[in-house]
Write a new protein. Structure first.
Length: 114
């Protein structure tokens, strides 16, 4: 595996004989902050959604698995669909007030955006 050239595509050649290539795949996931230290913003978005409204929860700091778990909890408590990816939770419909209330019950610092 030391001479696996496919993992080094796009790497510039070095003339240094002591150079050791470190792949960027070794980056770890960000550490999830406790709920009290999270600063979540709950807003509504209508852009590029065919006129439909969605509630966006942004500002989550942590791993993708924890984000998906929080998204699933919110979706089941609200009884609606949605998704959790790219650092934000999307909930179908305008549920800003209910979402902020649920997040505060769970111990998160949440405020209502626009």
């Amino acid at each position: 595996m030391d001479n696996d050239w496919k993992s080094r595509l796009g790497v510039v050649y070095s003339t240094n004989p002591d150079y050791q290539y470190l792949s960027s795949e070794t980056e770890s996931a960000p550490e999830t902050l406790p709920p009290g230290r999270q600063k979540l913003i709950v807003s509504i978005d209508r852009r590029n959604r065919g006129g439909k409204q969605v509630t966006l929860v942004t500002g989550f700091v942590g791993s993708a698995d924890d984000l998906k778990a929080l998204g699933k909890t919110l979706k089941t408590k609200l009884g609606v669909g949605g998704t959790a990816k790219d650092g934000e939770i999307t909930i179908q419909g305008d549920f800003r007030d209910k979402t902020v209330a649920l997040l505060k019950e769970m111990g998160y610092t949440a405020k209502r955006g626009n």
